[in-house]
Structure formats: C-alpha cells, structure tokens
Design a binder for this molecule. Structure first.
Ligand code: SAH
Length: 391
C-alpha cells in the first residue's frame, strides 16, 4: 500500500477535490515506472536542446529547471542529460531548480538527489535546490532560465472546475458540460503555465514538456484503470464505506489535452508570449506491466502494479474529497480498499493500457544567431495528419 500524504490543515476537508502532490514517503518514486518509460524519448529532445540553447555569460550560472519533480527519481536521467549537454559547452556553475507544490515530498527529492546511484550529483559544480510553489505562477527571476524540463505534471489542473458526476476521469464522463468545463480549465492553465515560463526563460532558451495527451478517440487513455477505479468507488458506496457525495467529488483534477489544444495558444502565427513550438508530437507509450504479464501470465501482479501507479498518483488528490482527514483511519481504510479493489478488477480482466503522451519543445525567441540555428516555426513545423512534426 502507498503511504498517504499528511493532511493539510488549511485545506477544508471534503469540499471538493483539490490537486495534491503525489503519494509521500517515496511512494511515487517506487510507483512511477510507467512515467519513467514514457518520458524516455523526450530525453533525446532535451539533449538536442542542451546542445543549442543560448548560454549566459560565463560570470552567470546556467539555470536548469524541473517543473513538477515529485520525489525526483524520474528527474535524474533527464536532468543528468541536460547537465552533461550544457557542460560540454561551458564550465560555469549550474543551478538545478526542482519545483513542485508546497506539500510535495521534498525530503525524498533531496535524499534521492544525494544518494541515488543514478543521480547527476557526481558532476562538478552542480547546485540543486527546490521551490515549493505552483508552476502556474512565475517561479524564477525573469530571463534567468537556460533550459527547462517538465514531465507528467502539466496535466494536473490548478483546481477542478466541477465535480465529475459519473466517473473519476472526465474524458469518460457522459456529461458534456463537465467535459467542456475541464477543457476550458485546462486551456487557461496551459496559458498560465506558458506565460510564466516565458517570463523566466532567457532569449534562446528551450523548454521540453512531456504531458499526458488525448488519445486518437479524444479520451485520456488508461480506460481499464479508470473504469476499475470508478466501479470500485461505486462498490464502496454500495457497501456503505463511502458516501455517495464523496464518490461524486472524487474526480481527478487532471486533463489530457489534444495536439490542437496544446497548439491553440500559439495560433496561426505560431507564437505565444515570445515562445515558438519547435516540436510537438503525440505517441502511445509502452505498457511495461502488460509486457511483463505477457511473459509471466501473472494477472495479480499486473493488477497490483497498475493499482500502485493509480494510488501513488491520484489518491492524495482524491482523498481531499473525503469527509474525513486524509490520514484518518477512515480515509486510510477507504483508500486501501480502493487500491485492493482496483487491483482485483484489473487482475480479473487484464487489458493493455493505452498511454497517450505528448512531447513538446518550446523555444524562447532569441537573437538572430539563435533564430538561424533553431529555424522558425514555419520552417521547421508542418501539420501532418493532425500532428505537428518537424519538417
Ligand atoms: N516529473 C516526475 C513527476 C511527475 S508527477 C515524473 O516525470 O515522473 C506530477 C507532479 O506534478 C507531482 O509531483 C505534482 O505534485 C506536480 N504538480 C501538479 N500540479 C502542480 C502545480 N500546479 N505546480 C507544481 N507542481 C505540480
């Protein structure tokens, strides 16, 4: 079972779901293999960006930031690659800024950075630090960021716009008004994220974003997992463990945007707040748990692994809708039972998850030299079958 995040005294219990950090005490680090696999292709994009970003004057530190770091384990490979990439070009100190919500598991983050054998720390003149504030605000000094990274984070909404009456995942709700409210919230959050990053980014800098995307059918993917979660919540209500009004509030404040929604702020001119899209593609990532099940035939492990991913990612947020504090015996019992039920449902009927992901590279407009190196939006991007691809 995942350890639960402690209650936040300032959060009103049971009002509606709030976006909370991932499960604490290293639980996200232990239950984020799917995310680690999914972000891997974007590491090459980050390496390419590290090779071309404009570097500050040698008297200034290079700043690399990681937006939505959680416990940090999945940051080590990309941030390590970014450090190596810029280090090949410059010797000055590198500040690495890991950011997340204030209640994030920052102690796990720092222990991971200091002790994990895959940490980037052995590299010289690297100075990690953390910021606990929502990335929907400006977090860094204007024009200070050299290279940014954000994986699996910007799909979490600043706040849910409404309860989801009939599912945990809004894209599977039959309620069109709720789906539309979430799409609007996601659109305005994406604009806030981009606007804040744009202020922070130096001319000629890059930002690489990996984010859950809408699938070809417009859904968020992972259907067996989300259906199992909703069926389990309904079962808990039936058994009298959970109140119906709690179940209705337990929708995920999470939205998977389509390519068109991701590109929307950039409009026809291909620019937003001084940022241009250099690369935008969606793909379906590998369900490693399914592959493992194919070779072992162990359905229980398949169910338990996916339930662990869901618990580590979603439970702290879902718990904020309970009418009991998240770490109270009642809440812990409900969430433990939910995890067991989700695992059992998935084990009873294992199905490969679809894992739609978008990779995005954004460039902050720089001087003429940088423009020549990076090309413009129109030179390098063309729209093919609804996807933006480098031409
Ligand atoms: N980057 C890691 C962790 C992703 S988990 C990886 O690739 O595996 C998503 C993270 O985004 C969580 O730690 C969550 O707390 C954080 N997050 C969600 N909303 C946020 C916000 N508004 N500001 C900062 N971080 C946020």
């Amino acid at each position: 079972m995942c350890k639960r995040s402690p209650a936040r005294p300032e959060i009103a219990i049971g009002d509606s779901v709030q976006t909370a950090p991932m499960a604490a005490d290293g639980a996200y680090n232990r239950n984020s293999r799917i995310q680690a696999v999914g972000l891997t292709p974007a590491v090459a994009l980050l390496e390419q960006a590290a090779a071309i970003v404009e570097l500050p004057d040698t008297a200034q530190p290079i700043v690399i930031a990681d937006f939505g770091c959680s416990g940090g384990r999945n940051s080590l490979t990309p941030i390590g690659a970014a450090i190596e990439g810029v280090r090949r070009r410059a010797n000055q100190p590198i500040n690495v800024v890991h950011t997340d919500l204030p209640d994030n598991d920052f102690s796990t983050l720092f222990n991971t950075i200091w002790t994990d054998p895959n940490s980037y720390m052995p590299q010289p003149a690297v100075f990690p630090m953390g910021i606990g504030r929502s990335f929907y605000h400006q977090l860094l000094a204007a024009n200070s960021l050299t290279l940014g990274w954000s994986s699996w984070a910007v799909a979490w909404l600043s706040a849910p716009p409404a309860a989801i009456p009939d599912h945990v995942q809004v894209s599977y709700s039959a309620d069109a008004a709720t789906r539309s409210a979430y799409a609007q919230q996601a659109a305005s959050d994406w604009i806030d994220f981009l606007a804040a990053r744009s202020v922070e980014m130096r001319a000629g800098s890059r930002l690489v974003v990996v984010v859950p995307a809408a699938d070809d059918d417009g859904s968020a993917g992972y259907r067996p997992m989300f259906d199992a979660a909703w069926a389990s919540l309904t079962g808990l209500v039936h058994d009298g463990l959970l109140k119906e009004e709690e179940a209705v509030q337990m929708g995920m404040p999470h939205f998977s945007r389509s390519v068109a929604e991701l590109a929307a702020p950039f409009g026809d001119g291909g620019q937003f707040a001084g940022l241009t899209i250099e690369h935008l593609e969606t793909f379906n990532s590998t369900d490693e748990f399914w592959d493992e099940y194919q070779s072992t035939g162990n359905a229980e492990t398949f169910g338990a692994r996916w339930a662990g991913i869901f618990a580590a990612g979603a439970f702290p947020s879902l718990a904020t809708a309970l009418h009991s504090p998240p770490d109270s015996p009642r809440s812990v019992a409900i969430l433990d039972r939910l995890e067991v039920e989700v695992a059992a449902r998935l084990a009873a009927k294992p199905e490969r998850m679809r894992i739609p992901v978008a990779n995005i590279v954004l460039a902050k407009q720089g001087d003429d030299k940088n423009k020549r190196e990076s090309g413009g939006f129109h030179e390098r991007i063309s729209v093919t079958q609804g996807l933006y691809k480098k031409s």
